[in-house]
Design a protein around this ligand. Structure first.
Ligand code: ADP
Length: 766
């Protein structure tokens, strides 16, 4: 084929390798002329060249000295007016010279002869190895290419086959064609294949990482979609568009201010824009749910009629005259002045005395909704003011939660157990609560989750607590404390007759024509089935009694009248749980009744002392707090210092003395057992028993002075319940006697003392 004149096809973006076919479409007259010419020749040969600079063909000098001899296999005109040819590359040829004639380039070519050498064999093997690796890493490689490998015999052919499919760019491919030496070409290809392998490996790695991520998010997406589909089937949700529509509708009806509205509007837009499988979607949806369901500017109108308020309080709660009148005064002043600085009501007292139910009654009498939360055990500010939205699973604090439940912005908001909050590293909930309660700050209350200000200034907060002392000091200062005390058993009887029983009858579908409970039976329930300061347990017992009656009526299917007497109680309520008088039957040396005020109201606190040979040590047991331990030491020192006065032989102090407060597992503290401890010790040292219907309370000093104590009413009620009929008290507490119910005053003899001498005279000298 030497010096044969052939048409030149200049290709700018495609490379044709020997033994490889290309399909070209063209409409350019320049290409057309050379192809038409070649097609008109017998062998349909042409020479395919790629210009040295792809962007630049001006004359023959821009064309390379080597090309590929090609043969047109097919030529046809396709419907878009273009011509399509299939050209097969035959072999590399050298161009002797180019010339331009008849409007296209032509060339005289020369065959290339190259001696094969040993290197070719080595490179063949090397190239094959690289190729194996490459195929291994490219599982999707076409079978056609792989099958062609079987037909390959020389390094030259192998190089061209690899060069044709290796995914490198046009410039690289051009280089393969123009590199005539098979060894050099093999060198290039091995390098490029290794490069390509590295790239493939990296790609695989990234792919598998991405795949994993996609798999997870797809899984979540599919599950969510499935859930949505199920919900949609069940008619639970509509599409997101419907949802957005209904959010917008709700927003248009919201009575919030402009700023809040704008915020919600922005969040709705954000919600619309978020992809349906983004985890953010749920978060924004929850936020919108809160914002759209808060009672912005929704207020109920208060009943201003205090007479009506009073009558509702009287109907719901028996007695508590002082408490009710203080509540009415409070409401009257609030109404009259609209004073923002008025303190917050705080009802303090033992459990079951009606604190919460009284607060509910206040709400009812004013016509307000109720929100109720308990802050007992809270040690985290976020419980009050919410978590920031960036937290996973963030929620508003309890205040906003309560407001949402109440559905109005001016409910009666009951905060229970305000004395049981704790303070630790998570913050001080009491100070957050202070912000909530402070009428000067709470018009702009900002929950961390809600972010926008919510006006709490119209809320009527009522706090409840068991112990005043345990309410954090800064809060106590802002509270209008109203104390509710234990009920005597006669008060309980009245409450049961007038409130608990009528209510329980109604709740159980019974009437007073069907059931009547004797006063004695009620008193027996109070004495033998309950032990409490309030009436909660009593209420439960009455409910239990009525449940049994209802069951009996239904089972026996006849209309019977039940007249419950004391004797019937065992049938309905089982065996008695408590004995009424808990004081011991026998007067014993070294045992004396102190008086305590516990969470369940007042009670007696028996003190036992004993002694045995030892080194004069004082042993104290019964879970005593520091102050109580000191009380024991003071009592002991006082007696030792005044042994002559008490006619006690000094030798006795060489014994070890043990003071024990029974119910050892219950924590006890405070100084008020001072005179009782002293008395128990003297009783032991003088071997003189004290009557077991006597109880005493009072702090003692080292000089024997008897100091005032707190919780007198509770202690006296508890002591009376335990069968105590004589009580010794500090003189300073005489003023508190008016708090003691008359019926107890009739049954108990009180003695007031200033100094322990008087106790001694009374008990040991009589
Ligand atoms: P607290 O909040 O003090 O623990 P509750 O308010 O829960 O007590 O009262 C317990 C039960 O006792 C309620 O059913 C309440 O109606 C009833 N109760 C308490 N005191 C009275 C009272 N003075 N008159 C009528 N019912 C009362």
């Amino acid at each position: 084929m030497n010096n044969q004149k052939l048409a030149v096809l200049v290709l700018n973006d495609v490379v044709v390798f020997p033994n490889n076919e290309v399909r070209i479409e063209y409409n350019d007259s320049f290409e057309k002329a050379s192809i038409d010419y070649a097609d008109s020749t017998e062998d349909k040969y042409l020479i395919i060249v790629n210009p040295i600079d792809s962007n630049y063909v001006v004359d023959v000098t821009s064309l390379p000295s080597f090309g590929v001899l090609g043969q047109i296999k097919l030529k046809l005109t396709v419907p878009n007016g273009k011509t399509r040819v299939v050209i097969e590359g035959i072999r590399r040829v050298e161009v002797a010279n180019y010339f331009y004639q008849d409007d296209f380039y032509q060339a005289n070519i020369k065959d290339i002869f190259m001696e094969s050498n040993d290197d070719e064999k080595n490179y063949y093997n090397l190239l094959m190895k690289s190729l194996d690796k490459y195929i291994e890493k490219t599982p999707y490689m076409s079978n056609a290419i792989i099958s062609q490998l079987d037909t390959v015999e020389t390094l030259d052919e192998l190089c061209d086959l690899i060069g044709s499919f290796l995914p490198v760019d046009y410039e690289k491919k051009k280089q393969y064609v123009l590199t005539v030496s098979p060894v050099e070409r093999a060198h290039l290809l091995i390098e490029d294949m290794n490069e390509e392998l590295k790239f493939l490996e990296l790609e695989r790695k990234i792919e598998s990482e991405v795949e994993q991520e996609i798999e997870e998010s797809q899984k979540e997406y599919f599950l969510r979609e499935k859930l949505r589909a199920i919900k949609r089937e069940l008619g639970d949700i509509n599409s997101k568009e419907d949802e957005v529509e209904s959010l917008k509708k709700r927003l248009s009806k919201l009575k919030c201010n402009y700023k809040v509205k704008e915020k919600i509007r922005n969040e709705i837009s954000r919600y619309e824009a978020i992809g349906s499988h983004s985890p953010e979607l749920g978060m924004v949806r929850d936020y919108l749910d809160w914002m759209l369901h808060l009672p912005w500017n929704i207020y109920t109108k208060d009943t201003n009629d205090l007479v009506k308020v009073e009558s509702i309080l009287n109907t719901s709660h028996h007695a508590l005259e002082e408490v009710k009148s203080r509540i009415l005064e409070y409401l009257a002043v609030k109404q009259n002045t609209n004073n923002l600085r008025s303190p917050i009501l705080c009802l303090v007292g033992p459990p079951g005395v009606g604190k919460t139910s009284l607060a509910l009654s206040i709400a009812n009498s004013l016509g307000r909704q109720v929100a109720k939360i308990s802050v007992g055990g809270i040690n985290d500010e976020a419980e009050i003011v919410g978590h920031r939205r960036t937290y996973v699973g963030a929620n508003p604090g309890r205040i906003i939660q309560g407001i949402r439940k109440a559905g109005t912005a001016n409910p009666v908001f009951i905060i229970d157990e305000i004395d049981k909050m704790t303070k630790d590293i998570k913050g001080d909930p009491a100070s957050s609560l202070l912000e909530v309660l402070d009428p000067e700050q709470n018009s702009k209350f900002s929950d961390h989750y809600i972010e926008e200000e919510f006006d709490l200034s119209k809320v009527l907060f009522i706090a409840t607590a068991n112990y005043i002392e345990q309410i954090p000091y800064e809060l106590r200062d802002r509270l209008e404390i109203i104390e509710l005390t234990s009920y005597t058993e006669y008060e309980k009887l009245d409450i049961a007759k007038n409130h608990l029983i009528p209510r329980a009858l109604e709740e159980h579908g019974l009437t007073s024509l069907q059931v009547q409970v004797d006063d004695d039976a009620i008193l027996a329930i109070i004495r033998y089935y309950t032990k409490e300061a309030g009436v909660r347990e009593l209420d439960r017992m009455i409910a239990s009694l009525f449940r049994k009656i209802v069951k009996k009526t239904l089972l026996e299917k006849e209309q019977v009248f039940y007249h419950i007497k004391e004797n019937d109680l065992e049938t309905f309520l089982g065996k008695r749980k408590f004995s009424y008088e808990t004081t011991g039957k026998k007067n014993e040396v070294g045992v004396v009744n102190g008086m305590a005020y516990t969470a369940f109201g007042g009670d007696i606190l028996p003190i036992e002392v004993t002694m045995f040979p030892g080194k004069g040590e004082l042993i104290l047991t019964g879970s005593l707090g520091e102050v109580m331990q000191e009380s024991c030491q003071i009592a002991f020192s006082y007696i030792k210092a005044n042994a002559v006065f008490f006619a006690i032989d000094d030798a006795i102090f060489k014994n070890d003395i043990h003071i024990h407060f029974p119910e050892g597992a219950v924590n006890k503290d405070g100084p008020s057992a001072g005179i009782a401890i002293t008395t128990a010790l003297i009783s032991l040292f003088k071997n003189q028993a004290i009557a077991n219907n006597v109880a005493m309370t009072g702090e003692i000093t080292l000089r024997g002075r008897v100091l005032e104590i707190g919780g007198l009413r509770e202690k006296v009620i508890g002591a009376h319940r335990a069968g105590i009929r004589k009580i010794i008290l500090p003189k300073e507490n005489k003023k508190d006697l008016e708090e003691i119910p008359d019926e107890l005053k009739k049954e108990i003899k009180f003695t007031f003392v200033e100094n322990y001498d008087e106790v001694y005279q009374k008990l040991f000298k009589c």
